[in-house]
Design a protein. Structure first.
Length: 581
């Protein structure tokens, strides 16, 4: 019997013999190696205030949080809602227990193409108060404009992009529902049946009723480091996963039972990412789950899924332990053409890196890769992305505690903490950087979701970060060193128009790197749909595109330092070079 088979037999319900609270461990960090001494050519500066992102993201109490719903926070999205070739930003908002204060609303910021943004929320029809959580972006009606889906504690919203700068809330007649006490969490558009229309997977974290949930410190285990803290998620009802098939007329049909998705139970689902992890041409779905085993839903290619998280090695860590799964990054850190998974976790534990063998089986390589040196922070939004254009995908994650009152009694656990970069050294090894990456990384905040994209169109990857009860951070990346890059934008024809679920493998200088077009990733967030590949010294690359409908396309000798738009079946239809600011 294999170790994974044994773990599967030993797996038990998250409510059995575990009590209340979060999954917390006391993992000692691995010893740090000698610094490489190599220069890091990416530097991040927070330009949010100058860019016009000045409104705070209201989310729960400032100095004290009584309930779990105040602590988790929300994602953020880079999207080009008006198709002008410049990334706009959608920033969700929460509320407060006593009611939404003035200024608490979701916000849409339009990119002015000069490094600044304008708040167009009212004009766009997106003003709404409530406890927003997860975001998904995708063109569900294939009209050429990306639509928006938002989950809330107590509901959800499907916004149709009208193509004129406005959105219409079509939730009521869409067939997508969520009960008032369901805490909506992760979500993603995905064409699971490859019919060319984007379907929608939606999860809820738990059933959460303030009248029934214990207050902080009321239960014996609602306590951390000797300080009373909000209770949950353990001790609360586990959440659920639902799949909605796109009917092609603006409505969706609930196929949760028929697809087998409903069998994924017993966990607290958070971030969702849909991609073809086993290279069989069908999109699978990975769900990071808090304090419980995470899910990998394998697409059987016949309209059904099978939950194989334990079998595939991505439900637990290599010791068979549950972790507080929060954010998810999908990418190809070791340049073998397969999509690996990185998942963020709670303080006193390591984040985890799963290496994909390309056939749906993964290995925990956290310690071997050098990531085990960091256990100080509670970690959230993340990406596996080349930040310095050297041809090696790096790891970035945002951090922040969920307990503002803890710091006064246990100073080793501050509420506001820095962002973290693990730069890729090659050979499967990473090195931690904080101060070396600039003030935008070293600055302390209590951050949650973050999205990655090139907002100023200068050929490198910037980051927008949610900070609780503060304005967002907009981290402008200024890259030196002369590394080349290539951006790829896909337009589906037989496949869904957004090409969500496509995988692009770029070959350059003897290397190959896979990336997927994702509707949700990071922590409840949405990245730039234009895939960004650092190429290092290489000036040309070849593209292998695996379209969502199963088709393959190869394009040779693509010049570096440009954005190429590839239309399914027609090859490169547009080339655009950016000018450095």
């Amino acid at each position: 019997m294999t170790r994974r088979s044994l773990l599967s037999l030993l797996a038990v319900s998250p409510l059995v013999a575990r009590g209340q609270g979060m999954s917390r461990r006391s993992v000692m960090p691995a010893p740090r190696g000698k610094p490489s001494g190599l220069p890091f050519h990416a530097k991040f500066t927070d330009v949010a205030a100058d860019a016009g992102l000045r409104a705070p993201v209201i989310y729960g109490g400032v100095d004290r949080k009584l309930y779990l719903t105040e602590t988790i926070g929300c994602g953020v999205a880079f999207l080009d809602f008006d198709n002008d070739g410049w990334l706009d930003i959608f920033v969700p908002s929460g509320s407060r227990l006593e009611g939404a204060p003035a200024g608490a609303t979701n916000r849409l910021y339009k990119n002015n193409r000069d490094g600044t943004f304008t708040d167009v929320t009212e004009k766009a029809g997106l003003r709404r108060t409530g406890w927003a959580c997860g975001l998904a972006v995708g063109d569900f009606n294939n009209d050429g404009f990306d639509d928006l889906f938002v989950t809330f504690w107590g509901g959800c919203a499907l916004y149709r992009n009208n193509g004129d700068g406005t959105f219409t809330d079509i939730t009521e007649n869409s067939g997508i529902t969520m009960a008032p006490n369901q805490w909506g969490s992760g979500c993603t558009f995905v064409d699971y049946n490859r019919d060319g229309r984007l379907d929608l997977l939606v999860t809820h974290y738990t059933d959460f009723d303030l009248k029934l949930v214990p207050k902080m410190g009321e239960a014996a285990t609602c306590n951390w480091k000797g300080v009373p803290v909000p209770c949950g998620p353990r001790g609360l009802p586990p959440g659920g996963v639902r799949l909605y098939r796109n009917n092609g007329d603006g409505t969706f049909a609930d196929v949760t039972a028929a697809s087998g998705i409903g069998k994924a139970t017993g966990s607290y689902p958070m971030t969702v990412s849909a991609a073809d992890f086993d290279n069989d041409g069908w999109p699978d779905i990975y769900i990071a789950c808090d304090s419980t085993a995470s899910f990998l839903l394998k697409n059987n290619g016949d309209g059904t899924f099978k939950e194989i998280g334990l079998e595939a090695g991505v439900a637990l860590n290599e010791d068979g332990m549950e972790q507080s799964g929060m954010g998810v990054a999908v990418g190809d850190y070791n340049l073998d053409g397969n999509l690996d998974i990185f998942k963020t976790h709670f303080a006193d534990d390591t984040c985890i890196l799963y290496r994909n063998n390309g056939k749906g089986s993964f290995d925990d390589v956290t310690v071997a890769s050098g990531l085990g040196v960091e256990t100080r922070y509670t970690c959230w939004g993340t990406a596996m992305v080349d930040l310095d254009n050297d041809g090696q995908p790096d790891l970035f994650f945002a951090t922040g505690s969920i307990y503002p009152e803890l710091e006064a009694k246990v100073p080793a656990y501050p509420f506001e903490t820095p962002r973290v970069i693990f730069r890729n050294l090659g050979g499967g090894k990473f090195e931690e950087l904080i101060e070396e990456a600039g003030s935008g990384v070293s600055a302390a905040h209590s951050s949650r979701g973050c999205a990655f994209g090139d907002f100023d169109n200068d050929g490198d990857m910037d980051v927008v970060v949610i900070n609780l009860n503060e304005p967002p951070s907009l981290l402008r990346n200024d890259v030196t060193g002369g590394g080349h890059w290539l951006k790829v934008k896909l337009v589906g024809t037989k496949s869904n128009r957004s090409a969500i679920g496509a995988t692009v493998v770029v070959q350059y200088g003897g290397k190959k790197q896979a990336q997927a077009v994702l509707s949700q990733t990071s922590f409840y967030s949405v990245n730039d749909f234009r895939l960004h590949f650092g190429l290092g010294a290489e000036k040309t690359a070849a593209l292998e595109i695996r379209w969502p409908n199963g088709g393959m396309e190869r394009i040779e000798n693509v010049e570096a330092d440009q954005l190429v738009t590839v239309k399914e079946g027609a090859g490169v239809v547009k080339k655009e070079r950016f000018s450095k600011a």
